[in-house]
Design a binder for this molecule. Structure first.
Ligand SMILES: *[C@@H]1O[C@H](CO)[C@@H](O)[C@H](O)[C@H]1NC(C)=O
Length: 272
């Protein structure tokens, strides 16, 4: 009966696309998910899946040094900002561990970042290896943090307006940040903590005009397999496209649910 099989095909297609949209979220934790990001395995670009997914309503970034919440994604500049829970900000300082990027991942430190290492010992290798930015802007950043941030006392440093106080502060040289894989390991560098600032408004107002977070540049076209090109229309349809490309790779539950719907349609049709 041709009309019936047509209806069945139609219902099957509708149910598959609906269920597919459940599997792949279009946003996570308030962040819109567009290509190349996806919420779960099978969503987004396969090159990004091992590093970013949606877990319990939070978009997370996985690295060997830990799991970090994604704060925002700037799709026009290909920048993802993550938060290290052990990182300090002007208002809240704490001892930090290490932050590093996974090797071979399509992420690198963005040139927007100013990574400021705070409370460093004079014997730190930072000084002997000349790893600190010597520009006047870098010196002003350190001075401003030491003078304007109450948080500084939380790590046992006395806030003072004398310039000498900032000598235990180091803004990581941007040339070092650009080399991946890069790791900020505070115990190893003999520093108490660090902060990463990806936007500085007024250098004198670290409390109110600086934006804290680790900005990571990503390469949207990097792929572990060949990913479909030109399919950036709609997040869930990026996935539809991938499913179409690899025939029959839809999850079993989706197919079972689709078949059940079709069966229900076939059974109920004669009663109409
Ligand atoms: C998210 O990715 C991590 C690391 O790749 C993995 O261990 C975890 O199972 C994934 N979770 C989901 C919900 O896909």
């Amino acid at each position: 009966m041709p009309p019936l099989s047509l209806l069945a095909t139609f219902l099957l297609l509708i149910s598959l696309s609906t269920i597919q949209a459940w599997d792949c979220e279009s946003s996570c934790g308030g962040i819109t998910l567009n290509s190349p990001f996806g919420s779960a395995s099978g969503c987004g670009s396969s090159a990004f899946q091992p590093y970013v997914n949606c877990s319990n309503g939070k978009l997370l970034f996985y690295s060997p040094t830990g799991t970090y919440q994604v704060q925002s994604i700037d799709y026009s500049n290909n920048v993802m900002v993550v938060i290290d829970p052990q990182m300090s900000t002007c208002s809240s300082m704490q001892l930090s561990g290490a932050f590093g990027l996974p090797i071979g991942a399509p992420f690198s430190f963005s040139s927007y970042n100013k990574v400021v290492l705070i409370g460093c010992s004079s014997t730190s290798s930072l000084y002997s290896k000349q790893s600190c930015d010597t520009s006047s802007e870098a010196q002003q950043l350190c001075k401003s943090i030491y003078e304007n941030c109450d948080g500084i006392s939380q790590i046992g440093i006395v806030a003072t307006s004398s310039t000498g106080s900032a000598s235990s502060c180091c803004v990581y040289a941007s040339s070092l940040l650009a080399t991946a894989p890069y790791e900020v390991d505070l115990p190893l560098l003999q520093c108490s903590t660090y902060t990463s600032v990806y936007h500085i408004g007024n250098i004198q107002s670290p409390q109110s005009s600086w934006l804290y977070g680790i900005a990571l540049q990503y390469n949207p076209s990097s792929s572990s397999q060949s990913s479909p090109s030109g399919s950036g229309q709609n997040p869930s349809c990026y996935v539809c496209q991938e499913a179409e490309d690899s025939h029959g790779s839809l999850a079993l539950p989706s197919r079972v649910a689709g078949l059940l719907l079709v069966l229900a349609a076939i059974i109920s049709l004669p009663m109409l």
